[in-house]
Design a protein around this ligand. Structure first.
Ligand code: PLP
Length: 453
């Protein structure tokens, strides 16, 4: 197991070779899931007292496990939210692993944390937050939302205490009925209530709807209002300015869940959709969704990080050396302690390619979505459910039931053309293209649309 002997050096070369092969695939195999029984029949018991040896274990991964693992970076993978990491970002993830960086504290990880913080500062400025805002990279949007909402609740409690109010009822936050499931999960974890505001017909949450929920929440004390900067289902951006101004006027924490869509702020052409984002008290954006970084990373940023620090800093005898240092410790800004410097792959790729390339790639994804929507309008067998805004296109195949979508979707995957699963809106089945991969072309999506005839 020691590093540096001949055997481990040989294995190192084999693994690098595998990485080269994986990165050179053209096309990338889409692959197909297998049952546990099938996998067991092929792989058997893989853990033995003596070990298989690296070469054999790698072969097992390459021949048996990898082909049963869908490639979310295949250009035809357009369900859920795909992953389309740049090669620079993926490769740097290897460097992060090889470097054994502890990213929880400045003392241990200062160089890496410095670079991560530059990414957070840069993105916060794009969103319009002032200097001094900051946060950390966490595993994903779910943890990011939870950490931000816990901070918002802490701020609210501080305000209540300061005002001499002893509120014994339930706390709540307001979010759109079309917001992400992770917000309901956060409410459950925090044992607070989520008050759902109805968006308008086009899917956009408006301030008037937030206000009426806020005004009728007589039994609750509302500690946060969440707007979505690009819904996962439809890619719709809520009225950030209207909602942000209402939150400001009602002295309520304003959080933007931009896990999927906030990257759209980088496009000069579509930036105006995010007007009002500068009012946020906190926001999240997932680099593993639309900032071309590998799984898993969520950037979490606060306007006033000190409240987050008061909320999340862990105390313990062995930790006080870090807490007393007065240094910027990333672990203080989210739920969790030990952390991988998940922001470094994005930092390296941004530093390598420059920001402009990101603006272009994101704008290109949105343009593809709009082009495909225009195409759908010219086709007789399919119909748009809503006009797209960012890079998600939702449409129905006229006359199809869920079973028809399922059969078609399965064949598409078996033929390794695409991974496009059914979705639904208001109980009616549909399907959607989520376009975050620069290789997902109008031509490929046209082929997929044609296969529904
Ligand atoms: C994906 C998503 C989340 C959850 O993020 P994870 O990284 O999957 O935990 C939250 N909100 C929105 C809007 C999302 O699209």
């Amino acid at each position: 197991m020691h590093k540096g002997n001949e055997e481990s050096k040989a294995l190192r070369e084999k693994i690098f070779e595998y990485v080269r092969v994986r990165m050179d695939y053209d096309p990338i195999p889409l692959d197909y899931p297998k049952s546990e029984q099938e996998l067991f029949a092929e792989a058997g018991i893989t853990l033995t007292e003596q070990g298989l040896g690296g070469e054999q274990a790698l072969k097992l991964f390459q021949d048996v496990l990898a082909p049963a693992t869908i490639s979310t970076d295949h250009p035809g993978f357009v369900s859920f939210i795909p992953n389309a990491a740049t090669e620079a970002a993926s490769l740097f993830d290897l460097v992060v692993s090889a470097s054994s960086i502890y990213g929880g504290s400045w003392l241990e990880g200062s160089g890496a944390v410095f670079a991560e913080n530059q990414v957070l500062e840069w993105f916060a400025a794009e969103v319009g937050l002032p200097k001094g805002s900051g946060g950390t990279f966490v595993q994903g949007g779910t943890i990011g939302n939870l950490s931000a909402l816990a901070t918002a609740r802490q701020a609210h409690r501080n305000n209540l205490t300061q005002a001499g109010i002893n509120f014994a009822g339930r706390l709540a936050f307001i979010a759109s009925a079309e917001s992400h499931s992770s917000l309901k999960a956060a409410a459950k974890m925090m044992d607070v209530d989520i008050l759902l505001a109805e968006p308008a017909e086009d899917g956009r949450l408006q301030a008037s709807s937030v206000k009426s929920v806020y005004d009728s929440a007589a039994e609750h004390s509302v500690f946060a209002i969440v707007a979505t900067g690009g819904t996962t289902n439809f890619g719709i951006v809520d009225d950030l300015r209207g909602i942000g101004e209402f939150a400001t006027s009602s002295k309520t924490w304003f959080h933007i869940d931009g896990a999927y869509g906030l990257a759209g702020v980088l496009s000069n052409k579509y930036k105006k959709l995010f007007d009002g984002s500068e009012l946020a008290d906190s926001f999240i954006v997932d680099p593993h969704k639309w900032l071309f970084a590998p799984f898993d990373a969520c950037a979490l940023v606060y306007r006033n990080p000190s409240i987050a620090r008061a909320t999340h800093t862990q105390h313990g005898e062995y930790l006080e050396a870090l807490n007393d240092s007065g240094l910027w410790n990333p672990a203080d800004y989210s739920f969790g302690l030990t952390r991988r410097t998940r922001g470094l792959p994005l930092w390296f790729s941004l530093a390598t390619h420059g920001i402009q390339k990101y603006r272009e790639a994101i704008e290109h994804n949105i343009d593809v979505a709009h082009e495909v929507a225009a195409l759908i309008k010219t086709m007789d067998h399919v119909e748009l459910v809503r006009e797209p805004e960012l890079s998600v296109v939702v449409f129905e195949r006229k006359g199809w039931e869920l079973a028809d979508y399922n059969a078609w979707s399965d064949k598409l995957l078996r033929d390794e053309i695409g991974f496009v699963v059914p979705s639904s809106h208001k109980g009616k089945p549909n399907t959607r293209f989520a376009i975050v991969n620069p290789l997902t072309s109008v031509a490929l999506l046209t082929e997929i649309l044609e296969s529904m005839k």
